[in-house]
Design a protein around this ligand. Structure first.
Ligand code: ZN
Length: 126
């Protein structure tokens, strides 16, 4: 849920954009479902405050989302890693230790992949 302040900020960005000649597009941001804007030839979601890279068709949106989604993934993985670490500290059970270690290993793998993808994405949009 957006707070009042976020809502005002969004409205302000939208007003500024329209004042400077931005065009509201028929496409919507699949993250927040807000209309996308064309600003100086670039596509933006003003609510997410993210640039959408226009490739063609639906790909543009997917790529823009990648950055958002990946940071969510990393956040979730880090939280799970914390939880597993406290479990690991508590247990003395060899099978549990093995299971938890396996899980930690896959999370670390996934984290590494997510952060690598995120880096690729950030470099591409710059
Ligand atoms: Zn959005």
């Amino acid at each position: 849920m957006a707070s009042d302040e976020e809502e005002r900020e969004y409205m302000r960005r939208m007003a500024d954009a329209l004042k400077s000649g931005a065009k509201m597009l028929a496409d919507h941001c699949p993250v927040c479902n807000s209309p996308l804007f064309e600003i100086n030839g670039e596509i933006w979601c003003l609510r997410c405050n993210k640039r959408v890279i226009k490739v063609r068709g639906d790909e543009d949106v997917d790529q823009a989302l990648a950055g958002i989604t990946l940071s969510e993934v990393s956040k979730a993985l880090t939280a799970k890693l914390d939880a597993l670490t406290s479990l690991l500290k508590k247990t003395g059970e060899i099978n549990e230790i093995r299971e938890i270690t396996e899980a930690i290993k896959s999370i670390l793998d996934a984290l590494e992949k997510a952060s690598k993808l995120q880096k690729d994405f950030t470099e591409k949009t710059r």
